[in-house]
Structures are given as C-alpha cells and as structure tokens.
Ligand binder design. Sequence first.
Ligand code: URA
Length: 174
Amino acid sequence: CRKCRLWQSRTHAVPGEGPADAHIMFIGEGPGREEDLQGRPFVGPAGQLLNELLAEAGLRRDEVFISNIVKCRPPDNREPLPDEVAACRDYLNGQIAVINPKVICTLGRPALHALVDPGLSITKEHGQPRQVSGIVVVPLYHPAAALHRQDLRPQLVADMAKLRLILDRVLCQR
Ligand code: URA
C-alpha cells in the first residue's frame, strides 16, 4: 500500500490479527518498532501489558481481534497524522464490516478520536461505553501510557473488568 507516506519507512505493514468472528475488537494507534519488525500488532512492551490486562479480564488474546487506526509504523512512534489516518480508514472500516464485532475497544486518544469524536477527552471518557453506528464502543487508556504513568494501570485494570461485564451483557442480548 502506498496510500500515505508511511510505506517509505515501514519494514512490514501490520494489518492486525484475530479470528474473523471475534465479538470484540481492540483498536490501537499504530504499530511500534517491534510490531513493524514482526508485522504483528501489540507484540512489544505495550502488547505485553495488553496481554496481561486481557488475561486479568478473562479474555484470551486468540479470541479477540487486534488492529490499529494506521497499519504502518509512524517514524519515531509519533502520532499518526490526520491524512494518514484518513488514508488508512478504508482498511479499518473493511475490518469492522467483516468482523462485525459487538464491542469495539479503543486504546488511547487517537483511536478514540478516529472512531468516536475528535472532540472527546480520554481522561473523561475512559471506561464509558457509548453506541456508535450500532456498536458498543468502550474507550480505554493506551497500555503504553500505563507503562509511563503507573497511576493509570489500576484505571486500565478497572476499565478492562468493566469491559468484560459490558461484553457479557451485550452477548446475552443476542
Ligand atoms: N501501540 C499501538 O497502538 N499499536 C500497536 O500495535 C503497538 C503499540
């Protein structure tokens, strides 16, 4: 893909991974260094923490779909630029359409802004579910943020536990 400039510096595109019939999707910001090298999402330090958080919430990594708002690593892990997010959007929309998840969990501010509303504050919205086009969206802090700020970790653990309850409730309504 050469729809934006990120192809120039990538090693691998990182489309995402998980079962096509997953009930829940986790959507992060963009691949980091390790993800770029391996071509897989959330396999670096933030991924390690995500794996722990999933396990604490009783979710297996192989039952959830994990992706990002941009599929190629932004240089030096900078935030993806609006035109890069826009250029990649069809891929994300295609994944959401095929997987048709009951719940989408956004990880971090850029994913919240891309999927819900660019005016929202992650500090206010984290852990608060809302409906977007018939899908329950639960914004979470990004696991990488909790690696830098220890005080965010208990919030992430609590929000992940809440996410588990939301998912169970949504699946019961089917
Ligand atoms: N951070 C992200 O947002 N996505 C990844 O895949 C890895 C780290």
